[in-house]
Structures are given as structure tokens and as C-alpha cells.
Design a protein. Structure first.
Length: 392
């Protein structure tokens, strides 16, 4: 189909553009190095030939991403599943999820949707801050990503947000595809997942009618992502310490690349994705007299509760809660064993030990603080889940 030209700077590549982009990637030495790492036993000429045979983005995803991710899960997890009983695989949705991993949140969703019977994957919202090199932008746009502009001035950001919103509405209504977008900009480092109202405000800039009409046109599905182990937990804790101890500290692109690599390759244990019902029906129950200033907060709160209620909790979540509170409440309720507690405490110590004791900031590693930060990360999903369930 013909894509309006105003979306050219942010949209994924279309099938007719793929041959030129493939050739650009095949000629890129950095891309060759990455492929050599991912497929060490496969000659690059074979990879190049396989790429050239892909006629659509979906074909590329199935030829490369699907198998890679399945192998990755076999090596770095105890399995990954999804519950889609609340949605219709024949329909198209905007999946709004908590943000656990920079790369894998949407990548794993793609293969899970295929396995669940969806005939297409998702167009993926990705921040331009993660596009550290031209070949990375090429690769993600082949992989059905659209670009979120984050490095612009205030006026430019407003125009970019409106353009992205209009594009999202176009994807759902005209391209008949799914969308994935995180509930907030950047990961919640403490796993206290909260939907930013600014995300919803952006989504409501496109479409027609009232705010509720515009949100309904995107068919939002709150999506819960639960990890037994977060490979980046110690890196996130280290970020907390640097923000505390180094005035003006900010992440670099190298920090993002380290988090991406660690999140992809690190051990995750069990992983569960869970789709809540599409919120269209709930949105229709809202009164028409709700002030716009309140409406986005109400919608964000509903999405949050749906995500919280559908977390899958693991023994680690309960152990961390008891350790923070200095109690045995969940142990007494049979949520974990003493053996599981010992394994988790040793895991925390091992993750902290991976961090350098000396660093370019001249900051000493505060192990007690890092341990507390990591316990909070694992405890917050249990806290939010139980509170949301109590609200009904």
C-alpha cells in the first residue's frame, strides 16, 4: 500500500525498499562483526544470500529473528510463554506494556504472537537515543520499528509527537498491523511500573473525535511482562548509586549498549507475558463530563492496575519483600522455601560482585545500597500486584 510521505522519516522500511537496505547492511563492517558474533559458524555469504531472499519484513523476522530468539531463550531462560485468552488473534491492537528490557520486550512479543496464532507481529516504538549507528537504524526499521524522536527541542518534540500519534493511528486503521509501545519513556529501574500520562496524551493527538474516541481507535491492550531474574538488575542498581553520588551523571550511548547486550544475553529464568482485555469497553463506561486534566490519569491508573493484576509472581518477588520488611510473612504463607531464599540471596551477591570496585567516577561501590535497590526491584511487582488485586 502507499504510505503517506510525511511518515518516511520514522516508519519501518517497506518491502520494496528492503533490497537497497540489505545491500547497505551487507557492505557495513560493523554489521558483519555483529553477525559473526551471533552466527559464529555460518559464513557471512550465506547470511547475505538468505537476507536477499527475504521479500517482506515478516519474512526477515521469521528467517532471522524468530530462530535467534528461540535459541536465545533455550540458553538464557527456563521458558517464555504468553496468555492471549483475553484478546482475539484475528484483531489488531496497541500493546502497552511495562518496560523490562530495552530490546527483548517487543522482540519476544513478536515471536509469542506468531506462536499464539496472530498472522502478523508488531510495529515497534523505539527511541532514537538507542540508534547509536546507521546500521542499527537500518536493522530496526527492517524489523518493523518506527522511530520515537527524543533528541529535539520543545517545539520540534510537539510536532514529532503529533506525527508519531498520527502514524500509530494509520498503522491500526490502514495498515492493519499491531503496535507495541512501552508505558513510559525508559525502563522503570525499580520495577515500579507506572504509565506516563504523556504517553497517553501523545497517543490521543492522532485520530478523530474526543480523547476517549481517539484512544479507542488504537484498541489498547495492557500487557504485563514478568521476569524471574532481570539480567540488568545490578546495572540498574549501579545507575541509582551513580545518580546519588555523581552530580549531573547521565547515561551514555555506551551505557545503553551495555544494557542492551546484558539484557539480551543474560540469564532470565522464567518469563511470562499476559494480555489484559482491550480497554475499549472500559473506556466506553467513562462519563463524558470527566475533565481532560483528570481523564489521562484515570486511564493510566486503569492500565497500571491491569498490568499489575496480570503479573506472574515468582519466589524471588516474595523473598525480596520479606527481606526488605525483615519479616517471614510470605515464607509462612508457603510462597518460597529456605533453599529458594538462599539461592536468591547468593544470586544478589553474585550480581553485585560483577560490578567494578573502582571506576572512572572515583565512586566506591556501596554494596549495602546496591543490595537494597535490587531487593526493591524484585519486591515492587509483588507489592503492586497485591494492591491492585485488593482493589478488584
Amino acid at each position: 500500500m502507499k504510505i503517506p510521505s510525511q511518515y518516511d522519516s520514522i516508519r519501518p522500511f517497506e518491502p520494496e525498499e528492503l533490497p537497497e537496505v540489505f545491500e547497505r547492511l551487507i557492505a557495513d563492517e560493523h554489521f558483519k562483526d555483529v553477525i559473526g558474533f551471533v552466527y559464529p559458524d555460518v559464513p557471512f555469504d550465506i547470511i547475505a544470500s538468505k537476507m536477499r531472499k527475504c521479500k517482506t519484513n515478516i519474512e526477515f523476522q521469521k528467517a532471522f529473528c524468530y530462530g535467534f530468539l528461540k535459541n536465545l531463550l533455550a540458553q538464557a531462560s527456563k521458558g517464555c510463554d504468553i496468555d492471549v485468552t483475553a484478546v482475539n488473534v484475528e484483531k489488531r491492537y496497541t500493546f502497552v506494556s511495562n518496560h523490562r528490557d530495552i530490546v527483548l520486550d517487543s522482540a519476544l512479543l513478536d515471536i509469542l504472537l506468531i506462536d499464539a496464532g496472530f498472522t502478523t507481529t508488531c510495529e515497534i516504538a523505539i527511541g532514537d537515543n538507542l540508534l547509536a549507528a546507521p546500521w542499527i537504524e537500518d536493522l530496526v526499521r527492517i524489523n518493523k520499528s518506527f522511530i520515537v524522536k527524543r533528541s529535539a527541542g520543545m517545539r520540534e518534540m510537539l510536532a514529532a509527537s503529533k506525527l508519531m500519534s498520527e502514524y500509530m493511528h494509520f498503522v491500526i486503521s490502514d495498515k492493519n498491523d499491531n503496535i507495541w509501545i512501552a508505558q513510559r519513556e525508559g525502563r522503570a529501574k525499580d520495577s515500579n511500573d507506572r504509565t506516563q500520562q504523556s504517553i497517553l496524551k501523545m497517543m490521543a493527538m492522532g485520530g478523530n473525535g474526543s480523547v476517549v474516541d481517539r484512544l479507542m481507535q488504537l484498541h489498547v491492550v495492557p500487557l504485563s511482562i514478568s521476569y524471574e531474574f532481570d539480567p540488568c538488575d545490578s546495572l540498574k542498581a549501579w545507575e541509582f548509586q551513580l545518580k546519588r553520588d555523581v552530580p549531573g551523571w547521565k547515561k551514555t550511548k555506551q551505557d545503553d549498549l551495555l544494557s542492551m547486550r546484558t539484557g539480551i544475553m543474560g540469564y532470565k529464568g522464567r518469563i511470562h507475558y499476559h494480555c489484559a482485555p482491550c480497554i475499549d469497553g472500559w473506556l466506553q463506561t467513562l462519563g463524558t463530563d470527566i475533565p481532560k486534566t483528570d481523564l489521562f490519569g484515570i486511564v493510566a491508573g486503569h492500565i497500571d492496575d491491569e498490568i499489575f493484576r496480570n503479573y506472574r509472581l515468582f519466589p524471588n518477588n516474595y523473598i525480596a519483600s520479606d527481606l526488605l520488611e525483615g519479616s517471614t510473612r510470605y515464607a509462612g504463607a508457603g510462597k518460597y522455601s529456605e533453599e529458594e531464599k538462599a539461592v536468591f540471596e547468593n544470586y544478589i551477591l553474585g550480581q553485585i560482585a560483577k560490578l567494578p570496585t573502582d571506576n572512572r567516577f572515583g565512586v566506591s561501590r556501596d554494596d549495602a545500597y546496591l543490595r537494597e535497590c535490587m531487593l526493591v526491584m524484585y519486591a515492587n511487582p509483588a507489592k503492586n500486584h497485591l494492591e491492585a488485586c485488593s482493589r478488584g
